[in-house]
Design a protein around this ligand. Structure first.
Ligand code: FMN
Length: 389
């Protein structure tokens, strides 16, 4: 089978097997859609990917990690509609990643007094900005956030998206509930029922949307640190999501607040991160403690494949392989291994036209390093590759 064969995901006729993974764009000042954000996704669509994912749209204002992030509300719909129209005009589909940051919060426009998560805890990210504590969520708050996911999914449909991707990974709220390290609850949302809230969100969002609109979930294969979610938990979660009718799972890993570069691998762009940080106290903290607390992880092609295979053998639903996919041969290998789709992030930041170049035979592999300077660029000019071709 070829990576350029079409694929039907729910009601979407994908033109090939490649999805552009969500990469926070840093192009949503005050939580609004900018012309740059539209152009960014139009270029990816023009460059040949079958579907592009608009990164991190919070389901409520307090679901933002940072102030300048999209948060779903009726006023956002016209801007998002312009974006989906531009993507569709280039022949690609559009997906919107929906999330809530929970206790991973550095939002200076927070409506609540404190960020909230599964259990009372310390908020390392917000500590220097006066938000050092995380409150444990009440049952009513869990229900409220579930309803916010449903409302945001419905508005995504109005905005013309073909799919939504629920963010259940990387240490955001639903991932905080899934992780034994951050969920220490003793009620019906803790212990062996840590997945109850995320599964409830998945079930309610799937039921709220028409069957032709795809609902994906991005999940962790591992949190990436001792005491976190492990592959057996991930397999159980995948089975639960399959039973709730989700259309595909994007297989990732990592917990940003604990070990930011487990999910990326490659070089730590510490110097650039210090340079772009505007707040002096954060700059200082990064310079002093960055080298100690930000670990480097060796990059290998298709680095999540060994763990992803275990999920592949446990469920029948469509799976999206992610992580270190940079060559045409990787896309072919993913199909051979039984993954219906692949997702690519950095290689398409480096060259949005890479898929078209693979298809024409002009290029066989990406020249992405991975230096991860694109991560630091988010706060400078919006996400981009400093070595772009
Ligand atoms: C600059 C940048 C921003 C990212 N932002 C997000 C995000 O908002 N949401 C998300 O789920 N993953 C995010 N990621 C992770 C990617 O989606 C992907 O999981 C990771 O980069 C591994 O894929 P790759 O090897 O193809 O780059 C980001 C990655 C990069 C490089």
């Amino acid at each position: 089978m070829s990576p350029f064969s079409r694929y039907r995901l729910a009601g979407i006729d994908l033109r090939n097997r490649v999805i552009k993974a969500a990469t926070f764009e840093g192009m949503s000042p005050d939580g609004n859609v900018s012309a740059a954000l539209i152009e960014h996704h139009r270029q990816i669509a023009q460059g040949g990917a079958a579907m592009t994912t608009v990164a991190y749209c919070a389901v409520s204002p307090d679901g933002r990690t940072f102030r300048d992030q999209l948060h779903m509300r009726p006023e956002l719909v016209p801007g998002l509609r312009q974006l989906t129209d531009a993507v569709h005009a280039e022949g690609a589909a559009a997906s919107l990643q929906l999330g809530h940051c929970g206790g991973f919060c550095d939002n200076n426009d927070l409506r609540r007094r404190r960020p909230m998560g599964p259990s009372r805890a310390f908020n390392k990210l917000g500590a220097l900005s006066g938000r050092p504590l995380i409150d444990a969520m009440s049952r009513d708050e869990i229900e409220e956030v579930t309803a916010q996911f449903v409302a945001a999914a419905r508005l995504s449909r109005e905005a013309g998206f073909d799919a939504v991707e629920l963010h259940l990974g990387h240490g955001y709220l639903l991932s905080q509930f899934l992780s034994p390290a951050t969920n220490r609850r003793t009620d019906e949302f803790g212990g062996t029922s840590r997945a109850r809230f995320p599964l409830g969100v998945a079930e309610r969002v799937r039921a709220a949307l028409p069957p032709e609109m795809a609902v994906l979930a991005k999940i962790n294969l591992r949190d990436g640190f001792r005491g976190g979610l492990e592959i057996d938990d991930s397999i159980e979660l995948a089975r639960g999501l399959e039973a709730r009718g989700l259309d595909a799972l994007v297989l990732s890993g990592g917990f940003v607040s604990k070990d930011a570069f487990y999910l990326f691998r490659g070089q730590r762009p510490l110097g650039a991160m210090i340079e772009v940080e505007k707040r002096w106290h954060k700059k200082l903290a990064l310079a002093l403690f960055g080298p100690l607390v930000i670990r480097e992880h060796r990059f290998e092609p298709m680095y999540f494949l060994p763990l992803a295979r275990k999920v592949r053998s446990a469920v029948r639903m469509p799976l999206v392989l992610l992580g270190g996919i940079t060559a045409l041969g990787h896309l072919e290998a993913a199909l051979t291994e039984g993954f219906e789709l692949s997702a690519m992030a950095r290689a398409l930041i480096h060259d949005p036209a890479l898929i078209a170049k693979f298809a024409s035979g002009a290029v066989q592999k990406s020249a992405c390093v991975p230096c991860n300077l694109c991560v630091a660029e988010i706060d400078r000019h919006g996400v981009r590759c400093v070595r772009a071709c």
